[in-house]
Ligand binder design. Structure first.
Ligand SMILES: [Zn+2]
Length: 445
């Protein structure tokens, strides 16, 4: 009796009608509207990906839902077990297994062939995983923010020091050098120039060596650039502000023609600009303003930095880390940015969302607790409170990882985009480093 009954059960399960899935545009939806979409009768599952909500369920429920929402494209018949998420760092446009259903932020949702295994991947460059259930991959910050957030008059002057034109001039200077980590002459020229800028601001500059694999095998030595501010009151509490100064073109092994204006002269120049904004306020904590090499080949500079701090016992002094990678491209005049960390540090992410709302009202933040593929990862993997700031449109940037990634090709929105992220970061860093009397409550109030 047992065997036939089991056989019947299996047959009926495999004959079950496939779910339909629909991608809905929730860029302008309210939090209540987003909740209502997830809870509609007949909806079996959902996946929130920033401004996109993917909902799956019975065909009738999904077709009804498409009339009551802003669908993007047609409903697709699928078995949720064939869905996979692909994190894309280096090559968002590159061919990959399965059918692309939606891309949002750093993740693609793809439908694999029925029953196909998850594609093999090299976790340093690409990551695949299944869709587990109802899940928020990334969420628009505005959905969870209070209606009004006021600027703090003691922090506003620090935010106001961010100078978009000055930042862009530094970016342009950096982009004049081919900064492949496999090159030497031009990369070293950029390294020395960054060091001289940080030194001119009164920082103590070091360029510690680290080793990484060379393009033709063997090991090569490259340098991070660190400008150290010693805290006036709490010198053993450290904050790190970082971004990589190396770059690449479409051929990772190439040593020439990698201007890397957006990726990542923008973030490296941002480190310098944040130092200019914060230092006049004499931070009470120590700050490492730093630029890494070897990011494009596998996060070598940041990984080696974490290892060095762990090796000499200084890692425990680091309280928070702010990384910037690609902060100056906006495909339209909507200013959007993605801030990434781990779920453990959700409240840290929320501080950036609140700062953006108070000091840069035109900037829409998306917060992600599914981090991937930049210099924030080594710190996060070592359980340090860390955030990555990245512009949301980078995956649409036609010059990404090409020899045409020049300042001019970043387009007319570059300065507004960069300034928006830098002002947000300046506001949070003002508190983190203790650059304002209000923060410690021990000033001249
Ligand atoms: Zn980068």
């Amino acid at each position: 009796m047992l065997l036939p009954a089991l056989g019947l059960l299996l047959a009926s399960a495999s004959a079950a009608p496939l779910d339909r899935a629909l991608v809905v545009d929730i860029r302008h939806a309210t939090a209540a509207e987003v909740d209502a979409l997830k809870q509609r009768p007949g909806v079996h599952w959902w996946l929130e990906m920033g401004a996109r909500l993917v909902v799956g369920g019975e065909a009738s429920a999904i077709s009804e839902l498409s009339e009551h929402s802003k669908p993007l494209g047609e409903a697709v018949a699928l078995d949720r077990r064939d869905l996979a998420l692909r994190a894309v760092g280096c090559n968002p446009g590159e061919a990959a297994p399965g059918r692309l259903l939606v891309q949002s932020g750093r993740w693609q949702l793809r439908q694999l062939d029925a029953g196909a295994a998850l594609p093999a991947h090299d976790a340093g460059h690409e990551l695949w995983r299944r869709v587990d259930g109802n899940e928020v991959l990334a969420r628009q910050a505005r959905l969870d923010l209070p209606a009004r957030l006021a600027a703090d008059p003691l922090i506003q002057p620090i935010v106001d020091r961010i100078d978009a034109a000055r930042w862009f001039a530094d970016l342009t200077q950096l982009a004049s050098w081919d900064r492949s980590s496999y090159g030497t002459t031009s990369l070293n020229a950029a390294r020395d120039w960054i060091g001289s800028r940080l030194q001119a601001l009164g920082l103590t500059v070091t360029t510690p060596d680290f080793s990484m694999p060379g393009s033709g095998g063997g090991t090569i030595t490259r340098q991070n650039v660190i400008g150290r501010w010693t805290g006036t009151e709490l010198p053993d509490e450290w904050i790190i502000v970082g971004g990589h100064y190396d770059s690449r073109n479409s051929s990772l092994g190439s040593v020439t023609n990698a201007p890397g204006a957006e990726d990542n002269a923008s973030g490296c120049a941002g480190v310098i600009e944040l130092a200019r904004a914060l230092l006049p306020f004499k931070p009470r904590r120590s700050v490492l303003f730093m630029c890494y090499a070897g990011e494009e080949q596998g996060l070598y500079g940041s990984t080696r930095h974490v290892q060095a701090l762990q090796g000499n016992g200084d890692f425990a002094k680091v309280r928070s880390v702010v990384i910037m990678d690609m902060i100056g491209y906006s495909a339209d005049n909507q200013l959007d940015a993605l801030y990434e960390s781990k779920a453990t540090y959700q409240s840290f992410l929320n501080r950036f969302a609140a700062a953006a709302a108070a000091y840069v009202p035109g900037l829409n933040l998306t917060l992600s607790t599914n981090p991937f593929g930049s210099d924030h990862m080594p710190y996060l993997n070592a359980n340090k409170e860390t955030v990555l700031a990245i512009d949301t449109d980078y995956a649409d940037y036609p010059h990404y990882h090409r020899n045409t990634d020049t300042p001019a090709n970043m387009g007319v929105n570059a300065q507004a985009m960069g300034a928006a992220i830098l002002k947000t970061n300046a506001a949070v860093l003002a508190e983190l480093v203790g650059a304002s009397d209000r923060i410690f409550g021990a000033g001249q109030e």
